[in-house]
Design a protein around this ligand. Structure first.
Ligand code: UDX
Ligand code: UDX
Length: 467
């Protein structure tokens, strides 16, 4: 079977870019991305490619080529399902906040709703592909819902595949165009072949891995757990470096040259953010407890505990260095996104760090090149008190439109995202705008330490015990 029409439910950070690349690479396949959120779909259809709802380098070019040709964005969910022979489910699966498994298990209500919608609307043979990261054995639930939809009166059939996405935000297009591997889990060989054929337009056959359903689902959780574990490991070492006079970057270089360890994902920072790492580990923890493996659960849970600790450690450190109080003091926060090159703030370290400092009564002037003021307000659960220039009062914040505006009159600058712009700041001219004594807290180690010190600023760099 050859796939001709694809429908993807969920036009988010994963569904949008993934489908844009599939459409771009497979001009003969008709790809429709649907979402219940009209505003989001309107943004994907915006004639101005700079206004797409997801910011990803290179995404505008890919969408520009495929949109209107074989890539469509729409809210007509059931119509798109009805005409598709393959339906991707790429809706969000946040951690449950209430009920059984609250704080750990994934909330699968939207995935279930999608399965029900597919069960109602599909025609002919439909291959349903899990793209959302899900707890192991979710495919079984999807299958049960689809099978229950068999009313015998129609020629309809379903098969379910797991095809987890490994793209990282900020490099999504590159990751999709040249993936390390594509993973397809399933039971029905012809459906696996059909999906593999789609990817074969640009992915070499030996990089398309085939596994059973559960291995595929578990591989995604495990991959994220291993990646996150490396970050918590290096952040734990960073704290020890600061205490002992070692430098975490030197340690990372030294251990990273061991080919068994490798150099990637050894960058110490303010802790990992993003929609996946914490959610997926907590999911893993929940599964381990459920299956009677409390030691395994504790092991993985400590990766998240260390991450949270690292974020609070940084805010505590800021308060300590500023004579034990930041009440009424102005602090510049550079970077709110969870990493550079994205407008995504989900689980961003800045949320917790800024939250702690607001609680301590600071006035925060927040700058980020891509994150909107309304998003920051939602994340901090606090409205901005206008522009950063007019900040007053205790525990307030405002958005700064430039780094210069952010640092005006500030006692400290905190660098929380490694945006390229922050790597080449003119510290001399920034220092002249600050109140003395002034600090730079470089949680990403992106500023040039010599220039910072020559500008007469005090510097704390994550993991630098030699400073
Ligand atoms: C999400 C999950 O977080 C991730 O685990 C998974 O791997 C892929 O899907 P992301 O694309 O980043 O990642 O989520 P988000 O940007 O929130 O997009 C999900 C979209 O699904 C939203 O636009 C939402 O409106 C849409 N949606 C949700 C539907 O169209 N229908 C629903 O029933 C629920
Ligand atoms: C991650 C996985 O990399 C990807 O494969 C999966 O599909 C989704 O989750 P993402 O969250 O988009 O992708 O970004 P990633 O580059 O992995 O960074 C996650 C967090 O770790 C960021 O906050 C980043 O700043 C942090 N990080 C990463 C570090 O602190 N140090 C590092 O060395 C690498």
């Amino acid at each position: 079977m050859r796939v001709q029409r694809i429908c993807c439910i969920g036009a988010g950070y994963v569904g949008g870019p993934t489908m844009a690349v599939i459409a771009d690479r497979c001009p003969d396949v008709q790809v429709t991305v649907v979402d219940i959120n009209q505003t989001r779909i309107d943004a994907w259809n915006n004639a101005d490619l700079a206004q797409l709802p997801v910011y990803e380098p290179g995404l505008d070019a890919v969408v520009g080529r495929a949109r209107g040709r074989n890539l469509t964005f729409s809210t007509a969910v059931s119509e798109a399902i009805a005409s598709a022979d393959m339906v991707f489910i790429s809706v969000n699966t946040p951690t449950k906040t209430k009920g059984l498994g609250a704080g750990q298990a994934s909330d699968l209500r939207w995935v279930e709703a999608c399965a029900r919608e597919v069960a109602l609307a599909a025609t002919g043979h439909t291959i349903v592909v899990e793209k959302s990261t899900l707890p192991v054995r979710t495919a079984e639930a999807i299958k049960t819902i689809l099978e229950a939809a068999h009313d015998g009166s129609e020629m309809r059939s379903f098969s379910v595949l797991s095809n987890p996405e490994f793209l990282a935000e900020g490099t999504a297009i590159r990751d999709l165009e040249t993936p390390d591997r594509v993973l397809i889990g399933g039971e029905d060989q012809s459906s696996i072949d059909a999906l593999a054929e789609v990817y074969s337009h640009w992915v070499p056959a030996n990089q398309i891995l085939r596994t059973n359903l559960w291995s595929s689902e578990l591989s995604k959780l495990t991959a994220n757990a291993f990646l996150a574990q490396r970050i918590s490991s290096i952040n734990s070492v960073a704290a020890l470096c600061e205490a002992t006079g070692a430098d975490v970057r030197e340690v990372a270089r030294a251990i990273g040259t061991d080919s068994r360890i490798g150099p990637k994902f050894l960058q110490s920072g303010p802790g990992f953010g993003g929609s996946c790492f914490q959610k997926d580990i907590l999911n893993l923890v929940y599964l381990c407890r459920y299956f009677g493996l409390p030691e395994v659960a504790d092991y993985w849970e400590s990766v998240v505990t260390l991450n949270t600790w690292q974020q609070h450690r940084i805010s505590r450190l800021v308060v300590q260095k500023l004579f034990g109080t930041v009440t009424g003091k102005r602090l510049a926060i550079l970077g709110f996104a969870f990493k550079a090159d994205t407008n995504d703030t989900r689980e961003a370290p800045a949320i917790r760090i800024a939250g702690d400092l607001l609680e301590e009564g600071a006035q925060l002037a927040i700058h980020d090149p891509k994150v909107m003021v309304s998003q920051i307000a939602r994340d901090l659960k606090l409205e901005s008190s206008g522009t950063s220039e007019g900040l007053s009062g205790i525990g307030s914040w405002g958005q700064a439109t430039s780094v210069e505006e952010a640092v005006n009159g500030a006692d400290a600058v905190l660098i929380l995202t490694e945006w390229r712009d922050y790597q080449s700041l003119n510290w001399k001219s920034l220092a002249a705008r600050m109140r003395r004594p002034a600090w730079v807290f470089d949680a990403r180690a992106v500023a040039n330490p010599i220039q910072v010190k020559e500008a007469g600023l005090m510097l704390w760099r994550v993991g630098d015990g030699a400073q």
